[in-house]
Each structure stands twice: as structure tokens, then as C-alpha cells.
Design a protein around this ligand. Structure first.
Ligand SMILES: *[C@@H]1O[C@H](CO)[C@@H](O)[C@H](O)[C@H]1NC(C)=O
Ligand SMILES: *[C@@H]1O[C@H](CO)[C@@H](O)[C@H](O)[C@H]1NC(C)=O
Length: 180
């Protein structure tokens, strides 16, 4: 019974930790010039699929003199992907009081070697230099997570029926006494 409960709890923990990891939030100081995303996190991708990762930088009114670019394992993207499989493109959005600089890293096809690389977005400016990291993990195959969920469901059904059985067993002598 205890073993079963322990397995059940650890299964739940392993499923929810994945959800927690993907929903990891950046603790950004509000309002300041900084890299808003990425935040030293990981994302998942499938080999052969397209992928875009946007580095989002919050700046003050003007974006003059702010340099934002990506690195792959500390080398420039042009050197990491000489055949243009991975490219950067920049956009700028001017808001009322703030501006955003966005540099998107786009993969025409994710390759296995991307999983071993640490990508980082670098922001250089007069006031502040910042670097934030992101890595790509292969997607856990759908089959695996479905099996994990199925096992968890079966385990909880067994657990609940055992609890009900114990409760009934505990109650039955009392009813017996009453009817005697
Ligand atoms: C991200 O990692 C860098 C280098 O390890 C570190 O200096 C920085 O504080 C980290 N930022 C966050 C938001 O965790
Ligand atoms: C990137 O660096 C890691 C270790 O820091 C290494 O294992 C990996 O092979 C490197 N990848 C490329 C494509 O250079």
C-alpha cells in the first residue's frame, strides 16, 4: 500500500515537473532596460521541424546604440550555420514610453546537433551588457507520456479501490452488530 502510494506520488511529480519547467517564468525587474526573453530556460523541438526563438529586449524610448544578437556555443550564428539553416532577423517596435527590440532566431529545420548547443541572446549597450541562455531539448515522444499517464490512472484506480475496500471492511462488523 505504502509502496503503491510512493510510486503514485513520484509519478505525479515527474509529470508535473515537466509542466513546471516549460512554464518557468523570468524574474525580470519591471520597467528596466533588459532582455525579457529568453531566461536561461529550455524549450522542446522535434528534429526536422521549423523553430523560431525570439529574443525580446525592452529598451527606453530610443534603441540607438543597442546591439542585440544571438550566439550558438559562443560563436556567431553565421559561423554556426554556414548554409543559412539558422538565421537571425531583427524587428523593432516603438511603444508609447518604451521600445522593444526583437531578434528572432529561425531554424528552417532543427537538427540533432542543436540539442547540444547553448544558444544565447546578447544585448550590448552603453548602460548595460546582458546575456541570457536557452537550450533546445528533443521532444519526449507522445507515446512515452501517454504510457506514464495511463500508469498513473491505473495506479490511482487501484489506490482508490483499496481505500474503499478498507473503509467497507472497517464498517461491516458494526452493521453486523446492529443487525444482530
Ligand atoms: C542567466 O545566466 C547567467 C549566466 O549564468 C546569469 O548571470 C544570470 O543571472 C541568469 N539570469 C537569470 C534570470 O536566471
Ligand atoms: C557545444 O558545446 C558543448 C559543450 O559545451 C559540446 O558538447 C557541443 O558538442 C558543442 N556543439 C557544437 C555544435 O559545437
Amino acid at each position: 500500500m505504502i509502496v503503491l502510494m510512493a510510486t503514485f506520488i513520484s509519478l505525479c511529480a515527474s509529470i508535473s515537473s515537466k509542466i513546471c519547467a516549460s512554464a518557468a517564468l523570468c524574474r525580470n525587474a519591471p520597467g528596466h532596460m533588459q532582455i525579457l526573453y529568453p531566461c536561461n530556460n529550455t524549450i522542446e523541438a522535434v528534429v526536422g521541424s521549423k523553430l523560431e526563438i525570439t529574443c525580446r529586449v525592452l529598451s527606453e524610448l530610443h534603441t540607438v546604440g543597442i546591439l542585440v544578437y544571438w550566439l550558438a556555443n559562443h560563436t556567431y550564428i553565421e559561423d554556426y550555420s554556414k548554409n543559412n539553416r539558422v538565421k537571425e532577423h531583427k524587428t523593432e517596435r516603438r511603444g508609447h514610453e518604451k521600445s522593444y527590440l526583437e531578434v528572432t532566431l529561425s531554424f528552417s529545420q532543427v537538427e540533432r546537433k542543436d540539442f547540444e548547443v547553448i544558444f544565447s541572446c546578447v544585448m550590448l549597450s552603453e548602460k548595460l551588457d546582458q546575456e541570457r541562455f536557452i537550450s533546445i531539448n528533443p521532444v519526449v515522444s507522445n507515446g512515452d507520456s501517454q504510457i506514464a499517464i495511463a500508469v498513473a490512472v491505473v495506479a490511482s484506480i487501484i489506490l482508490i479501490s483499496m481505500i474503499i475496500y478498507k473503509l467497507l471492511k472497517f464498517k461491516s462488523p458494526q452493521t453486523y452488530v446492529i443487525f444482530n
